[in-house]
Ligand binder design. Structure first.
Ligand code: SF4
Length: 502
């Protein structure tokens, strides 16, 4: 049987509108000087960075994330052969390019894609649909370090050190008197750290050296030196890696333990991961950021800051779900002169007839501005008693005014009105209420209704494509910078794949 001959020119085998051509043309059109500078700079690879970028983006659209798989495709798949110009970098070169060289320029590359989409009229950055998802890190599920446990262990070790030091000090009372100081007090005041203890150990060692028959004290000191001190050092290191988080993974210290949406075991197990935030318009990803924060509320400001820094642009409207509706976020959006179509937790509840008619709902009570008091449905006065302040992780201070009813004791509605044994107390955020009011007006407007219905399909389409169609549910690389590069590549791949279908 005669062997079927492939044409020598593989160009002829690639259809006109094939995705591989879209990727190729788009990368050719990109203005990515920092990428080309790497080539001029005499990097370790002799392969052209533009070719490497094309290969990586195309690989991500083909669900190929491992550098070995990509290297194999370059040898076996005609689309890869075509886009690489028959170059065959090995998996190490691909990996090095992705994890080292791309890291510094991923934002620039993403920005270039965005500029192309704007130039071709696919996006206008008018409506920015924001949402987040959690993606598992490339880390062991059981490699956790918890902040609470670390704190408890550290306190126990500190207490044990103090106890032993105290014992040694007491045994050395004579020497203490001779030296005329009391170092125990110095060690006991304020938090004790590795440095203080090391100094103290040295001092005690010197004293014990001058003494005979101090076997027990020497044993205690040795225990501190060889056991407690290294443990204390370890807990201090863990605390610095935690950097205010509640947990981290030992195999990827940047990953935080989070509850994932996908939970095949249905046991709510926390897994090491990253909170990925994206902004979309016309289902193209127009902005992205990676966070170690588990909640979406705290991600809105850093996300928009990053978007503005990366693109030098700002959207006109922001559309997001109730997870983002906080006073700090509303305030920030307003300060940037962006329109907020951002829901808050009680938004839907407040639209219900039952809520509007509920006599126990403080929103339906009369407020006397002059006297600064509310009058409840039983005619009782709730007077202002004090203001509570809350500081967010980003340093924003919000104020809640606390009001208390003058007398709830004989009220027949008390069991329904409050769980408190005494009089009903309630917190009112005047600024928050004003901002919510504005958001409500936007959300209930015709434009708001349209944007709200659009929101459901906007971001979910992008996440659905990446997580389900492309089966990307776990990062390949470790560390937040590399994870950012990986997500940047996925976002670019998503945009170009979408472009190919338009
Ligand atoms: S419990 Fe107090 S605040 Fe509530 S309705 Fe009765 S009197 Fe008014």
């Amino acid at each position: 049987m005669e062997q079927l001959q492939l044409p020598t020119d593989i160009e002829a085998l690639i259809p006109e509108k094939h995705l591989v051509r879209v990727v190729n043309n788009s990368v050719e059109r990109m203005k990515i000087d920092p990428l080309l500078d790497q080539y001029k700079g005499g990097g370790t690879s002799s392969y052209h960075p533009k070719m490497m970028l094309k290969v990586l983006i195309y690989a991500y659209t083909q669900k190929l994330y491992s550098s070995r798989q990509i290297a194999k495709a370059l040898r076996e798949n005609i689309h890869f052969m075509w886009i690489s110009g028959n170059n065959t970098p090995d998996f190490r070169t691909i990996n090095r390019f992705r994890s080292s060289q791309m890291k510094a320029i991923i934002d620039e590359v993403f920005k270039s894609v965005l500029e192309l989409l704007i130039e071709d009229g696919y996006v206008q950055l008018e409506n920015y649909f924001l949402d987040g998802t959690k993606i598992e890190a490339n880390a062991n599920k059981y490699s956790w370090v918890w902040a609470k446990t670390t704190k408890n262990y550290k306190e126990k070790v500190q207490a044990r050190i103090l106890e032993l030091m105290d014992r040694i000090e007491k045994a050395n009372q004579d020497e203490n008197e001779r030296y005329g100081d009391n170092d125990l007090e110095e060690l006991g005041s304020g938090p004790i750290d590795e440095e203080k203890i090391e100094k103290k150990i040295q001092e005690l060692n010197e004293r014990l050296a001058k003494k005979t028959g101090a076997k027990k004290e020497e044993k205690d000191l040795k225990k501190i030196e060889t056991d407690y001190l290294p443990r204390l050092k370890r807990y201090q290191e863990q605390e610095s890696k935690l950097a205010g988080r509640n947990s981290y993974s030992k195999t990827d210290v940047d990953a935080t333990f989070m509850r994932m949406k996908e939970d095949p075991m249905k046991n709510g197990q926390l897994k090491p991961g990253y909170n990925v935030q994206i902004g979309t318009e016309n289902q193209f990803i127009v902005g992205y950021s990676i966070h170690q924060n588990r909640t979406d509320t705290g991600c809105l400001i850093p996300h928009l800051e990053h978007f503005q820094k990366m693109t030098g642009r700002k959207p006109k409207n922001i559309i997001a779900d109730a997870g983002y509706g906080s006073e700090e976020n509303y305030e920030y959006i307003e300060s940037k002169q962006i329109e907020a179509y951002v829901k808050y937790n009680e938004f839907y509840l407040e639209q219900k007839r039952k809520f509007k008619k509920n006599p126990l709902n403080a929103k339906n009570w009369k407020y006397d501005e002059k006297a600064d008091e509310f009058i409840c449905c039983r005619g009782k006065h709730l007077k202002y008693i004090f203001t509570r302040q809350r500081k967010s992780d980003l340093g924003y201070i919000s104020q809640r005014r606390v009001y208390e009813c003058e007398d709830c004791s004989n009220c027949p509605l008390k069991s329904k009105c409050t769980r408190s044994i005494g009089n009903r107390r309630m917190e009112v955020g005047l600024r928050l209420n004003m901002l919510k009011e504005k958001a409500t007006q936007n959300l209930l407007s015709d434009k708001g209704k349209k944007l709200r219905s659009q929101r459901a399909i906007e971001v979910e389409t992008a996440f659905g494509m990446i997580k389900h169609n492309w089966s990307f549910r776990r990062f390949m690389l470790r560390g937040i910078d590399k994870v950012k590069t990986e997500w940047g590549l996925l976002s670019i791949a998503h945009n170009l794949a979408k472009l190919a279908t338009n």
